[in-house]
Design a protein around this ligand. Structure first.
Ligand code: G
Ligand code: G
Ligand code: MN
Ligand code: NA
Length: 254
């Protein structure tokens, strides 16, 4: 309850900010970035989402927080549209189960796109398998409506949940994100290498892009490339950073 009121106050005081982690192709070109929420507490410093996202989900504040996050991501997307290097790149936003299952979700996203003037085609929403299988028919309808507006969807933490092939085929997805638990021991655990190859093959047969999360070493990236995975995100390339830091880093890219 104490954490709930602190989160409530933080929303009032606008203490939540988004950090961005770029995503790369095999040539080292940035294709987009994932936004990751941070609570910039005036006294305690930066608080990670693991501390306040589960609590916000439990007490219902995730709906307000989720809309605030979407608003900030779309505002940033619109601001970057004229940036020489960041214009045209996608911005991914993580969406919680209670957000997607809320009746107002589709209208909220559309309204935020209208209000901010963000290009819907550059907005990517990250959903998890567990979130989708909870009510797959409802998810298909909502995703379809947002897809018509231009919004794209990726399946986060892929491989850790229980999506059936039937669901995967029916959901309007663009991208699978290989969970970082499969990338971590890729060089030593042959099962992980087999799983990565299987996800890549699945992506190919369903027409979905496949990106690996949690890429920390060049050896992991090379092994992923050998396994057919050509999109990467992780500390090897960049940690999540504030927008200004991302912009500053971009100016040095040829
Ligand atoms: O870097 P990291 O510690 O930021 O993220 C930890 C967890 O918090 C991840 O599971 C991530 O998906 C989740 N998370 C990060 N940002 C957001 C967000 O904006 N919304 C939601 N719902 N979850 C987020
Ligand atoms: O659940 P989701 O995939 O949205 O969360 C992404 C989480 O992974 C965030 O906590 C982010 O900070 C973290 N992350 C991003 N890159 C790396 C990485 O290379 N290694 C590790 N261990 N975590 C990472
Ligand atoms: Mn994610
Ligand atoms: Na993930």
């Amino acid at each position: 309850a104490e954490l709930a009121s602190a989160i409530y106050r933080a929303l009032e005081n606008d203490e939540f900010t988004l950090w961005y982690q770029p995503q790369y192709d095999a040539q080292g070109k940035i294709l987009g970035m994932e936004s990751l929420v941070r609570w910039e507490h005036p006294v305690k410093g930066v608080i990670m989402p693991g501390v306040f996202i589960p609590a916000s989900e439990a007490n219902g504040l995730i709906l307000r927080l989720g809309n605030r996050i979407l608003f900030k991501a779309c505002t940033q997307l619109a601001a970057w549209s004229t940036h020489p290097l960041l214009g045209g790149l996608t911005v991914a936003v993580n969406v919680s189960a209670s957000q997607l299952h809320n009746d107002a979700f589709v209208d909220d996203v559309c309204r935020i796109l209208d209000e901010t003037g963000a290009n819907a085609n550059l907005l990517e929403l990250e959903l998890t398998e567990t979130l989708l299988v909870r009510n797959v028919e409802e998810a298909i309808v909502k995703m379809g409506r947002l897809r018509e507006r231009g919004v794209r969807f990726s399946l986060d933490d892929f491989g850790t949940g229980y999506s059936s092939m039937n669901y995967l085929k029916r959901l309007p997805l663009e991208k699978l994100k290989i969970d970082r638990s499969f990338v971590r021991d890729l060089l030593t655990d042959p099962n992980d290498a087999a799983i990565v190859r299987t996800i890549v093959a699945l992506g190919e047969s369903l027409g979905l892009a496949v990106i690996a999360e949690g890429v920390e070493t060049a050896a992991q990236r090379d092994m992923l490339a050998t396994s057919g995975c050509c999109l990467y995100q992780g500390y090897l390339f960049s940690h999540p950073v504030p927008a200004a830091e991302l912009e500053a880093g971009m100016t040095h890219t040829p």
